[in-house]
Design a protein around this ligand. Structure first.
Ligand code: SF4
Length: 308
């Protein structure tokens, strides 16, 4: 599969079929916590990124019966709203299935009316807001110079006014960066009028682009959730396992690890395979030089390197 990945167990979306709307890696941001890797094309320009081919792959998958899904999630290796075919793709999914559509977005283009119109058919939009103080926002998300926090907030407010679906706002909380009382108070103040249906608190549980993106521990995250109050929750870290699958090729392991770094437990859950079998296979792929293993927060993460 070129554009589809999973179904993967998502912390927020259950069993989710991912759709990669953007080639690696076009994005208006270059977040220090990004799991995809450094942004190679920092851009605000929307283009038609293969919408026809994406719809064809989705159609073939869904018509083949696929697997039971909780969500089809438009996301991937960059910012999905950069794809001019976004509305067309959502419309095509709606014609194919009743499975709800979620869109992960950094929100950088939400100030544009046409982007909000393109998103109107989605069932859930999950935008991000990581800081309410400009300097911190720039340090974490590393946007283009012409972007501003005010514009992001304006886009989020306009989305809330116009959009009829659910908005789950994600805040990535990072140790020593946006976890101080001043930062969290500022965030709480700006989020209240944006009235998201949920505030989802995340932290850097996987290795990102910069070592400065460090996670809070579970107790600290619960304290942040309590500070935000009702409507805020730490995103659960134990996804639902997929169905068992007996024969999985090396290529499938490698393709999955090209998307994001994963622990052996993550891989076992996605593939529905016993953990010891997955561990043995991952070690074999490491020895063959097909994937890399690195330690992060005392956990082993596996990923395929871009040059492999
Ligand atoms: S985390 Fe999302 S918004 Fe940030 S650089 Fe990666 S793809 Fe772009």
């Amino acid at each position: 599969m070129t554009y589809l990945f999973g179904p993967v167990p998502s912390r927020r979306l259950g069993r989710s079929l991912g759709v990669d709307l953007i080639p690696r890696k076009a994005c208006p941001y270059d977040c220090i916590y990004c799991e995809v890797g450094p942004t190679t094309r920092k851009t605000l320009t929307r283009l038609d990124y293969q919408a026809g081919a994406i719809i064809a792959e989705l159609t073939a998958y869904l018509k083949s019966g696929g697997q039971e899904l909780d969500f089809i999630t438009l996301a991937g290796s960059g910012e999905p709203t950069l794809n001019l075919g976004l509305a067309r793709i959502i419309q095509a999914i709606k014609e194919l299935t009743d499975t709800p559509v979620a869109v992960l977005t950094n929100g950088a283009l939400l100030h544009l009316a046409e982007v909000r119109r393109d998103l109107a058919g989605a069932d859930v939009i999950l935008p991000s807001l990581d800081a309410a103080i400009e300097e911190t926002w720039r340090a974490i998300n590393r946007p283009l110079p012409e972007q501003s926090l005010a514009q992001l907030l304006e886009g989020l407010a306009a989305l809330r006014r116009e959009y009829r679906g659910r908005i789950w706002l994600e805040v990535m909380v990072l140790k020593g960066l946006n976890d101080t009382e001043q930062e969290l108070s500022a965030l709480k103040r700006v989020i209240r009028p944006l009235a998201p249906d949920q505030v989802q608190l995340n932290t850097a549980v996987r290795p990102g682009v910069k070592k400065s993106a460090q996670p809070l521990d579970p107790g600290e995250m619960q304290a942040v959730a309590a500070f935000f109050g009702a409507g805020a929750a730490v995103i659960a870290s134990s996804p639902r396992p997929a169905n068992a699958e007996t024969a999985v090729s090396d290529a499938r392991f490698i393709a999955m690890l090209a998307r994001r770094p994963m622990t052996a437990t993550d891989v076992a859950q996605v593939l529905g395979l016993p953990l010891d079998l997955v561990q043995r296979r991952l070690e074999r792929l490491c020895e063959a030089g097909l994937i890399d293993r690195s330690l992060y927060q005392e956990q082993a993460f596996y990923r395929r390197q871009n040059n492999k």
